[in-house]
Design a protein around this ligand. Structure first.
Ligand SMILES: [Zn+2]
Length: 284
């Protein structure tokens, strides 16, 4: 990764190094190629990275330490149109696999995939703090980083007979510190790309209990969306209380496919391409 960053920052030197590599030395051929580096060089690695120069914030829902810090996470914060808990513990499978472990694992996998695409990836938490952050701070990270896209990763804790995934889009909220008017449109485009890529990568069905068969839900009560000034969505990857979905989220292979779907959706949104990802190999 360091090599790629170096090549992006110093394209001329990188081109020379590549030319030297291709021609077996920095001799005559290398010098001739060096004369060309002011021109667009289709095929050079830094040109080919689809997300070079883009910033993505990945928000792993909850925190494994939240249950031990209830006083802190239950403090109320202002989400523009109301007050909500700073953060929550999240849900778990019946077997005890916590949502916070799931979200952090998938987020790290997404980071690795987007990093390889050339993006600058920022996580709102990386298992490096005892609790939180609050939803207000999570939103502030995307704003501060001028993120091109923000995706919050969650898994649901719905009734056990419900299954499937859904994407949460920001409602139009203009109240207090909240103003989603500029990001409702692009967030919907991000959400659609994410939904399509996630379904294709994982084989996970659209939610059976929310979204009326569209896997899309619009909400105006989430601080992470209300307070975002950049395109932002949530994805509820599965219902952890459903036995079939629980088998999926506890599988590292499925989590990798989930990460591939999320990364592909973000890439499709940022590049304007159709979400290109191989169909799911995972069957559970
Ligand atoms: Zn959650």
């Amino acid at each position: 990764m360091r090599a790629r960053r170096w090549m992006w920052q110093y394209p001329t030197a990188a081109a020379l190094a590549l030319c030297a590599l291709l021609t077996g030395g920095a001799g005559t051929s290398g010098a001739r190629m060096a004369a060309d580096v002011g021109l667009p060089h289709v095929g050079l690695p830094q040109v080919g990275l689809p997300l070079a120069g883009r910033t993505v914030v990945v928000d792993p829902g909850h925190n494994p330490g939240n249950p031990a810090h209830l006083a802190e996470i239950n403090q109320l914060v202002d989400v523009g149109n109301g007050r909500k808990a700073c953060n929550t513990t999240g849900t778990a499978t019946d077997g005890g696999y916590p949502e916070s472990a799931f979200t952090l694992d998938v987020a790290r996998r997404v980071r690795a995939l987007l990093d390889a695409e050339g993006a600058r990836v920022v996580l709102t938490q990386d298992g490096d703090r005892p609790w939180g952050p609050c939803v207000t701070e999570r939103a502030a990270v995307g704003n501060r980083e001028h993120a091109d896209a923000v995706v919050a990763i969650h898994a649901d804790g719905a009734r056990p007979d419900g299954y499937g995934f859904h994407v949460i889009l920001p409602a139009l909220v203009v109240a207090g510190a909240a103003d989603t008017s500029a990001v409702v449109g692009p967030s919907r485009a991000l959400g659609l790309a994410l939904r399509d890529a996630f379904a294709r990568a994982t084989g996970e069905p659209y939610s059976s209990y929310l979204g009326q068969g569209t896997a899309l839900v619009t909400r105006g009560d989430l601080g992470g969306l209300n307070l975002s000034r950049v395109p932002a969505v949530f994805i509820e990857c599965a219902n952890m209380r459903n036995a079939d979905d629980a088998a999926r989220v506890t599988s590292p292979e499925w989590r990798e496919s989930a990460a591939r779907g999320i990364a592909a959706g973000i890439t499709a949104y940022l590049t304007g391409a159709t979400a290109g990802v191989a169909p799911a190999q995972w069957r559970g």
